[in-house]
Design a protein around this ligand. Structure first.
Ligand code: SF4
Ligand code: FES
Length: 388
């Protein structure tokens, strides 16, 4: 391990070789610890232990390096980032380096004093997750009573004057409650509502049979979004993250591999996207061992699927290859076992039947159990005294 700011040099860039585009966004997964157990959690199946997390100094160093690379925006996420008692120090380090921070939280554990300290440290906005507009359904999906804590957290953020966003991961068990969810978000004072259809890798892939919506549900939801967008225009931003299984189009995952953003996981593993650790042979670098600039510019993990050179047909000759970048590498691997394959969500993929058959006959009726297996119900350690 190296001390903050000291790193072994990476290999020299080939003389005259153009540098890749600079990243502007960082997803900082501060911890995998979390009081909730959502069945679609974006954390990997194998979670990082709390004892293996980066120290405060290592996060401070990583944020300074990220700013040096061009990063201007960081999502401080988890797990539940409030479990880090040094969160205000991390926010202050980012702010001091010129990075705007958004706290991505379940709201559980957010008290007035804690929020005040975060705001004083330079926090710029809060994104609060909500599972359902109905408190009981919210708590069933989250795997823990949490609705009341979310409501309190929303009120605190609104009182603080910080911008508030609500994030809802959509699936079979809440898509029909879209109107109510949007009503809830506006009643709680959200400036922005992100309606993100479940992306099926990691925990969501494992729980896909219970989460996959029907085509009819999605069609109704899309009509609702169009209607509510028109009503809320100029007041509340409504973001709809499309469900790529259903429309035959690959999504431009992460804005392209190693093109605009990077993810640092709780133990310092640095990846082009939060799910990439499972890709075979990726040789994921770690910010404890290597400078972030080397990781971004030269590491095999970041260069492997950057640009279009790595593509095979049909992507290689496709007019859309620089718009969707061949789709999602993690989804291609999860469904075909080949991370360099065309994303099967694309109707031109030779593997498209894998997705088409799935959505042609989604499971019917209410499931017996909601989203099992879940992210483990590991008890998050209590926040240290004074942390709330
Ligand atoms: Fe995108 Fe490849 Fe499909 Fe073309 S063939 S639309 S580049 S995923
Ligand atoms: Fe990893 Fe799409 S989630 S590339």
């Amino acid at each position: 391990m190296t001390a903050p700011g000291e790193h072994p040099p990476g290999p020299a860039a080939s003389p005259g070789a153009p540098l890749p585009p600079r990243p502007w966004a960082l997803l900082a997964e501060l911890t995998h610890g979390c009081p909730l157990h959502c069945p679609y959690c974006s954390n990997p199946l194998e979670l990082t232990r709390r004892s293996a997390e980066l120290t405060t100094e290592q996060w401070v160093d990583a944020l300074r390096q990220a700013a040096g690379l061009g990063v201007v925006s960081a999502h401080l996420s988890g797990g539940e980032p409030l479990l880090r008692s040094d969160l205000a120090e991390i926010v202050a380090a980012a702010d001091g380096a010129g990075i705007h921070t958004q706290l991505v939280t379940s709201g559980v554990g957010l008290g007035r004093d804690r929020l005040g300290r975060l705001a004083d440290a330079g926090l710029r906005s809060v994104q609060l997750s909500v599972q359902h507009a109905d408190p009981g359904a919210n708590d069933r999906i989250a795997g823990r009573r949490s609705f009341a804590a979310k409501e309190r957290a929303a009120a605190l953020v609104r009182d603080s004057g910080l911008p508030l966003g609500l994030n809802v991961v959509l699936h079979r068990h809440n898509l029909d409650a879209l109107d109510e969810l949007i009503d809830l978000a506006t009643a709680w004072g959200a400036d922005r509502i992100e309606l993100a259809n479940t992306q099926f890798y990691g925990w969501a892939l494992r729980n896909r049979a219970e989460l996959l919506p029907s085509r009819e549900q999605l069609a109704r939801a899309e009509r609702t979004v169009r209607r509510r967008r028109a009503e809320l225009a100029g007041r509340t931003e409504l973001v709809w993250v499309v469900p790529d299984y259903f429309d035959g189009k690959a999504k431009p995952c992460m804005g392209g591999w190693g093109a605009v953003s990077l993810t640092i996981t709780p133990d310092g593993t640095t990846l082009p996207c939060p799910a990439a650790a499972v890709l075979p042979g990726l040789d994921a670098p770690n910010v404890r061992d290597r400078p972030l600039a080397w990781i971004w510019d030269h590491s095999p993990a970041f260069t492997r699927y950057r640009g279009t050179e790595w593509m095979r047909e049909p992507c290689r000759g496709c007019a859309l290859r620089e718009q969707d970048f061949g789709g999602c590498r993690c989804q291609a691997f999860a469904l075909t076992g080949d991370a360099a394959a065309t994303d099967p969500a694309c109707r031109l993929s030779p593997d498209h039947a894998l997705v088409r058959d799935l959505v042609a006959a989604p499971p019917e009726g209410a499931p017996a159990g909601l989203g099992r297996p879940r992210k483990p119900a590991r008890r998050a350690p209590a926040a240290p005294k004074g942390a709330r």
